[in-house]
Structures are given as structure tokens and as C-alpha cells.
Design a binder for this molecule. Structure first.
Ligand code: PLP
Length: 379
């Protein structure tokens, strides 16, 4: 969609892009200054694969401050992004034939990484009634003797759903009965949480010994291009991830690492300001989408996405446009309404579309207005 939108924009068409997967904010000034200083101070050489010792200390500081979790430096591996940390973890755990439970909707990278390791993906479909979150009963039913890993994100891309303490405790109780299962907890949207305090599943029971906690700078600090993620894991897994990463990419950028120390240990004021802005936009788009007949709108508590059910438009048409599925609806919205959104097929939920509100309020208003007009024509 991003590529198509760019092509249409290049033709001079006014596209409202609601397909964006990154904050539309600039990296905070104090973090940028730290990077400039790092260049001037000559931090331009290879670094240890898992990151400079003081960067790993900064990660440990952050995990204690925000999540009340204790780690040693050997348990931390800094990478070129949460995506690489996920890949390191999956590669280190999964052997051919191992089953990996993934609640859907989910971020597509999860299943693709599992397939690269010849693992078997076991999808569990989560319903809008439970705000697209897996229940303990669903989890229990999906577990077999071959289950090796559970992968999820909270706050979630694409739904924006956030697991509460009670919900995570419910899942932890199931995992307590199945000690062979590791958990990958992707917390990259941690700070973009509107309702309450972020909770990590690693905090419950003995799960710190089986959880690979993934996080990074991309979303909370608006640093997608800088490329820094990290994982905190049981020692054996962290060691394996270090080895794997040493053969793929080595460490991430030295300058980014210096800036990360400032990001991870400094004030979170700018992150909170950004989230306050996202919160206003969420309030607007949540209410506005509900005024469009046919959309079933979910209640996201985090991230910057809406994930409405659009199946009411299936088998409808307008002039030469016939809507049979979410892909058709996305193309209709792009070409007729000039609004770019992402099909839910990409996230394992073909009845939905994903809209990002990581864009200015003026564009959101224009986008929703256009959607309302063009969806209203389908009959
Ligand atoms: N995890 C989720 C759920 C994401 O949505 C993304 C990016 O869109 C990532 C991980 C990747 O983050 P990074 O930029 O740190 O690789």
C-alpha cells in the first residue's frame, strides 16, 4: 500500500496515507544531540556484538525502572531493531517441526520468521468481543506436546489492544502447567499506552525464566530509522542470540547506541507529549469511525492503529467496483476515496482493515470524511 500510495502521490493525486507504521514525530532533541556528540567523540568503531557495556546497563536500568525486572548484562543483547531481536530469539529456540502459538490478528513478521526456521505456526483466532486478545482457555486448547513458543505483542500491532495485569496473570497460570514453552513478549509499543500502566508477562510467576522480552527505540522515541532494539532473556537464550547476531550483522550502529543511553536513562517527557497527542487523535478517530455505518470499531488502548471490521461491505458494489474481501475494499478506498489503509489479510484477520493515526489531525479528518462518503456509496 505504501508503494502504491507513493506512486499515486507522484502522479499528483492527493492521497491521505493512513497506512503508516511509525510515529510522525521527530526524534527528541536531547537524543539527537547525544548522537552528534558521539560522532565528535569518535564513537565510530565496531562495538561488542551485544552492544557497549554501558548501553546494556542502560537497558537494565530501564527494565528495572519501568518494569521492575532484574537482569544481568549477559542477559541483554542489543540489535538493529526489535525485528532483529525477534529473529534472533526465534532462530535460537525453534527447530523444524516445533509448534509456535500466535494469537491473531498478529504482526506478520512473527509467522514468517517461524517459517524460516521450519517451525509450524498454530494460529489462534481472537475475536473483537474480547478486543482481539487470547483467553487462557484458548491458549490451553492450542497447546500440544510439540508447543515450544508463544509469540505476541502488547500493545498489539495491528489492533492496539493492551493486555491487563489480570489477563497476563491468566495466561501465566496456563504457562505454569506447560514448562516446555518459551514466550516472546514484544513490547515495542510499551510507552504508547493510553489507559494504564504497561505490564510485561515476564513479571508473573516464574516467567522471567522463560520470557524473551523484546523492546527498542523505534516507536516510543520516534527513532525508526536509527535501528536499535534489544532483548532480555534467560542466559542460555541470550548467549545463543549473541552468537547468531555475530554471524548476521554484528552490533548495531555505534552512534545509535550512544544516543540510546540518553533515550533509555533520560526523562520520558517528550515520549509522554507524543503519546498525549496520539491520545487526542485516537479519541477523534474512534468516535468518527463509529459514525460510519457498516464499520464495527474496536477499542484500542495502545499503539496508534484502529482495526475495524469491514465485512459488512462484502458483496457490495459501486459502479465498476465490486467488494468481495478486505483487499478489494482497500483498493476501492485507495483509488476512489484516495485514502490508503492496510488490509487485515496481512495480519491474519481478513474481515478487517488497519488504519494508522500516526498522522496529523487535518489528514485524519479528511481521511475519515472521504471514507464515509465512499463507503456510503457501496450497496
Ligand atoms: N514489533 C512490532 C509489533 C512492530 O509493529 C514493529 C514495527 O512495525 C516491530 C516489532 C519492529 O520494530 P523495529 O523498528 O525496532 O525493528
Amino acid at each position: 500500500m505504501a508503494k502504491l500510495s507513493r506512486e499515486l502521490k507522484a502522479q499528483g493525486i492527493d492521497i491521505v496515507d493512513l497506512s503508516i507504521g511509525e510515529p510522525d514525530f521527530d526524534t527528541p532533541v536531547h537524543i539527537r544531540e547525544a548522537a552528534k556528540k558521539a560522532i565528535d567523540e569518535g564513537f565510530t568503531h565496531y562495538t561488542p556484538v551485544a552492544g557497549y557495556a554501558d548501553v546494556r546497563q542502560a537497558v537494565i536500568h530501564k527494565l528495572k525502572r519501568d518494569n521492575d525486572l532484574d537482569y544481568t548484562p549477559e542477559q541483554i543483547v542489543v540489535s538493529t531493531g526489535a525485528k532483529q531481536s525477534l529473529a534472533n530469539a526465534v532462530l535460537s529456540i525453534i527447530n523444524p517441526g516445533d509448534e509456535v502459538i500466535i494469537p491473531t490478528p498478529y504482526w506478520v513478521t512473527y509467522s514468517e520468521q517461524v517459517k524460516l526456521c521450519q517451525g509450524e505456526v498454530v494460529f489462534v483466532t481472537c475475536s473483537i468481543e474480547n478486543n482481539y486478545k487470547i483467553t487462557p482457555e484458548q491458549l490451553e486448547a492450542a497447546i500440544t506436546p510439540k508447543s515450544r513458543l508463544f509469540m505476541f505483542s502488547s500493545p498489539c500491532n495491528p489492533t492496539g489492544s493492551v493486555y491487563s495485569k489480570a489477563e497476563l496473570e491468566g495466561l501465566a497460570a496456563v504457562f505454569a502447567r506447560h514448562p516446555q514453552i518459551f514466550i516472546i513478549s514484544d513490547e515495542i509499543y510499551e510507552y504508547i499506552n493510553y489507559e494504564g500502566k504497561h505490564e510485561s508477562i515476564a513479571q508473573f510467576g516464574d516467567l522471567i525464566n522463560r520470557t524473551i522480552l523484546i523492546n527498542g527505540l523505534s516507536k516510543g522515541f520516534a527513532m525508526t530509522g536509527w535501528r536499535l532494539g534489544y532483548l532480555a532473556a534467560p542466559l542460555a537464550i541470550a548467549k545463543a542470540c549473541d552468537k547468531i547476531q555475530s554471524q548476521f550483522t554484528s552490533a548495531t550502529c555505534s552512534i545509535t547506541q550512544r544516543a540510546a543511553i540518553t533515550a533509555l536513562t533520560g526523562e520520558l517527557t517528550t515520549a509522554h507529549e507524543m503519546v498525549a497527542e496520539f491520545k487526542k487523535r485516537r479519541a477523534y478517530i474512534h468516535t468518527a469511525l463509529k459514525t460510519i455505518p457498516g464499520l464495527v470499531v474496536n477499542d484500542p488502548e495502545g499503539a496508534f492503529y484502529m482495526f475495524p471490521d469491514i465485512s459488512a461491505f462484502f458483496n457490495k458494489s459501486f459502479e465498476d467496483s465490486q467488494i468481495n474481501n478486505a483487499d478489494d475494499l482497500c483498493m476501492y478506498l485507495l483509488h476512489k476515496a484516495n485514502v490508503s489503509v492496510v488490509t487485515g489479510v496481512a495480519f491474519g484477520q481478513p474481515n478487517c482493515i488497519r488504519l494508522s493515526y500516526a498522522t496529523g489531525m487535518d489528514k485524519l479528518e479528511k481521511g475519515v470524511e472521504r471514507m464515509k462518503t465512499w463507503l456510503g456509496k457501496l450497496a
